[in-house]
Ligand binder design. Sequence first.
Ligand code: ADP
Length: 453
Amino acid sequence: MPTAPLTEEAVLQSLRSVMDPDLRRDVVSLGFVKNLKIRDGHVSLDLELTTPACPVKDQLKAEATERIRSLPGVREVSVQLSAAVRGRPVQGSAQMLPAVKNLVAVASGKGGVGKSTAAANLALALAATGARVGLLDADVYGPSLPTMFGICETPEQKDGRLVPLERHGVRLMSMGFLATKDTPVIWRGPMATKLIQQFLMAVDWGALDYLLIDLPPGTGDVQLTLVQTVPLTGAVIITTPQDVARSVAQRGLRMFQQTDVPILGIIENMSHFSCPHCGERTDIFRHGGGHRVSEELGLPFLGEIPLDPEMVVGGDEGTPLVAKNPKAPGARAWREVAGALAARISVVNLSTEATRTHPASVAVESGHVVIRWEDGHESRHPFAQLRRECPCAVCVDENTGIRRHFAQALPPDFRPVEIQKVGRYALQFFWSDGHNTGIYTFNSLRDSAEARK
Ligand code: ADP
């Protein structure tokens, strides 16, 4: 039987089974395949990923190579990896920072959890993959970037704008570069936010794939206004095992929910201690809280960072760990988390699920919560069923994930008294039995409706 000729279509067809696990689509429909050339059985192409920090880039390359190699008539395959970071047009970004593709806030519920350490190491880890990265220290109360990068110089001005200082391939700017040691930084409330806005605009960032913004700790008015005025792609929240539930669930989340900023994920810092001598792992605090809380809230968990004494030394000596000792376990962990973060940013930017899992309207109709989704589907959720599906820590055992027995009989007039949208990702029901702690993600609501069909 004559074999089918080796055509571009045949190659593309074979690549349609190579899926990006984060974006959940194949590399052809994602538009990754570029410069496809076929000559005398030699196939070459570029796989243009959405981020150079893609955690599965080697896997995608290997799978693509293997699929093409199995086609009849193929003698040699050459797959080159490249990346073009995509950004999402966010309202207001055009005037504010036209050449910055993604603005990412690094936030925490309180100080001292390693937020600045995270911002610095994530920026370095992303830059090490070839991405163009900037880091803005927006911590007007206690700028830490000058110490962390060992910087004493003042940035130059060009055409009336501040030129960021560059270290280890990352463009840096901090209010601390402008204040001298004797000028205490005591900006308050409205002044601080106005200053940050002006500051952002006054810096000539140039073209960036990612600009990380190290927010002041906590979630007060300053942070809230900042988050509202800066056109963010999303926010990442740093927690430690011991403060995870309180800070993330209650404070950090509420701020982003008020401002409609997508939460890219949660990072658990100082998660455990790996002995530098024997490698044995010790959970100093109750470990796993970040994972558990992110599951409960339906938010991505980006990973854990160990307690690493080298992290403190690096921070104090002016070279964050990822640059100082890339082989350290802590540096490895930051690189993994940076990859997960970059993947998550790509998901938010490209998400095809945005409409499938986004409600156009939520209504209450004869014993049901009726959700009409943006893709035209409608799902009907009986009140009692929804109540029994409550994902909160009271209804589901925190340690085992097993649902607690729901013995209580619901009264005939049981109903939601109020339904509130939580950010862009979930609903919260205030039930007539007084229960209101469950956050029902759009994903889980849509999935449970489809599972019942
Ligand atoms: P925040 O910005 O949340 O106030 P910092 O990033 O300034 O916190 O970190 C507080 C202190 O904790 C710093 O001395 C820092 O070096 C240290 N630190 C942060 N993360 C770790 C870690 N994973 N292991 C060890 N020390 C850490």
